[in-house]
Ligand binder design. Structure first.
Ligand code: SF4
Length: 219
């Protein structure tokens, strides 16, 4: 759906939903206040009002616990601690870690940290299976180092091995863009992120937004 609005004095057509263009965000504290015409609370009011009824069962537990973690550790707990507290509050026992081989040290730290907190932790490296990239249709030229064995990332097996041992929450540690998508698609357990891979920014993708002058030519 497109909605005509005035932005910076110009008449433009904006797709809805598109909250990123909203400068007022009354949904946060004053939901009855005036909203932009493209606000989904106006354009898709039926979907919005129905959504509150979807918080039942496991989703309700996850949702309420997330808010409890936010309240208790707000601006104090680093995300690693939040993942631990979230898992503890949900009374989980088995956790899975799906990690990139390039973050092996980080994965080992995370696994040992969570084990020290009493969890049963399983982890799977992205290269598990050791399948050469040519087996999924890539040519030698499409490898980083042509004519050598180069194992393709295998997010399906990462998910399926963790599914097989029955992890209750899976934690992503640095999977590539797209491989993470596949992992999330195949994971039976709910997934949360601990580290978002960004080889250029020390795994801090927001840096490219915060330091735009530096990254402009690369964006
Ligand atoms: S929901 Fe409506 S008020 Fe909230 S950010 Fe989106 S457009 Fe703005």
């Amino acid at each position: 759906m497109y909605v005509g609005v005035i932005l910076s004095g110009k008449a433009v057509s904006i797709r809805s939903p598109n909250c990123a263009y909203c400068k007022v965000k009354p949904c946060s504290r004053e939901p009855q206040a005036v909203k932009p015409d493209f606000c989904p609370m106006l354009t898709y009011s039926d979907i919005v009002s129905e959504s509150i009824n979807k918080y039942v069962g496991v989703v309700k537990d996850l949702h309420r616990t997330a808010s409890t973690v936010e309240k208790e550790g707000y601006c104090v707990w680093p995300r690693l601690r939040e993942v631990y507290e979230f898992s503890k509050m949900l009374n989980l026992r088995k956790l899975g870690v799906a990690f990139c081989i390039g973050l092996s040290d980080e994965a080992e730290f995370v696994v040992k940290y969570l084990e020290s907190k009493g969890f049963e932790v399983y982890s799977v490296c992205c290269k598990c299976g050791g399948f050469d990239k040519t087996l999924v249709g890539l040519s030698e030229e499409q490898k980083l180092r042509p004519n050598t064995h180069e194992s393709i990332c295998n997010p399906v097996v990462q998910a399926e091995l963790l599914n097989n041992v029955g992890t209750e929450l899976n934690i992503v540690v640095g999977l590539c863009v797209g491989h993470d998508t596949i992992f999330i698609t195949y994971s039976k357990a709910p997934v949360t992120y601990l580290i978002v891979k960004d080889r250029v920014t020390g795994h801090n993708p927001a840096a490219a937004i915060y330091v735009q002058n530096y990254f402009k030519s690369r964006l």
